[in-house]
Design a protein. Structure first.
Length: 243
């Protein structure tokens, strides 16, 4: 999303990416963040390792995942992979997408929401899996957060600028939503004094959705395939012509 594609194309340069290689690893992290947020693992780990802990409280509680509703915003490759994993956790799956994906719906038992507002109001977990475009810039702002349940969590594995961070901080501080789990922020990294880094109900990871050994190898293989296709005048497997 940071490349001026029209200008690059005007020089006869091809742009490619590796979408097939990254889907599974990114979806795995999405579920890890969802589970960690629901079970409040960040606080639990701190309790377990703190030198001040003398005993474990029998009243410390978190939330279930099974039987809850996941709302996926963006049912592309990664969104579908997330839905497949959520199905295994016996979650009800809603999704919002530019176009209805009937085949994917049937595969995972998902329900299409024609309006994002419907998804936000019904979901216990809202998962952002969209590219950053002018249309999705600050897609989730104050109005959208206020539509969510006060017990809901927001998980962002797309791009940081898809969420209005100031509105998110306000929503978390005032109990508009319960929690957030973010693999992406804007900027990256956040300033060390940013409120999101100080909140117990927020998990922030350093944009590690694709950071696995196997995914890195697959990405390299896909990159080489794209380069060889360009050099040999063949069809490019993963050419990027628009966002």
């Amino acid at each position: 999303d940071h490349l001026p594609l029209d200008m690059i194309s005007s020089f006869g340069v091809k742009v490619t990416n590796t979408p097939l290689a990254v889907s599974s690893a990114t979806a795995d992290l999405a579920m890890a963040l969802l589970l960690a947020s629901a079970r409040n693992l960040q606080e639990a780990i701190q309790i377990a390792v703190s030198p001040d802990t003398q005993r474990f409280s029998g009243t410390w509680m978190a939330d279930d995942v099974g039987g809850t509703t996941l709302g996926i915003i963006g049912m592309g490759r990664v969104g579908l992979k997330v839905a497949q994993r959520a199905k295994a956790f016996e979650m009800k799956i809603l999704y919002y997408n530019r176009n209805q994906r009937k085949e994917e719906e049937r595969a995972v038992g998902a329900t299409y929401c024609a309006h994002i507002e419907d998804l936000l109001q019904q979901s216990d977990f809202v998962m952002l899996v969209v590219p950053l475009t002018p249309e999705t810039h600050k897609l989730i702002g104050k109005r959208e957060l206020q539509l969510m349940k006060p017990t809901a969590s927001l998980i962002n594995i797309s791009r940081g600028a898809v969420v209005d961070h100031d509105a998110l901080v306000e929503a978390l501080q005032n109990g508009i939503i319960k929690a957030a789990a973010l693999d992406v922020t804007y900027p990256e990294p956040l300033p060390r004094t940013h409120p999101l880094l100080k909140m117990k109900n927020v998990i922030v990871t350093p944009h590690i959705g694709t950071a696995t050994h196997n995914t890195a190898r697959l990405m390299m293989e896909n990159m080489v395939e794209n380069i060889l296709a360009v050099l040999n005048g063949h069809r490019i497997p993963s050419e990027v012509t628009s966002y």
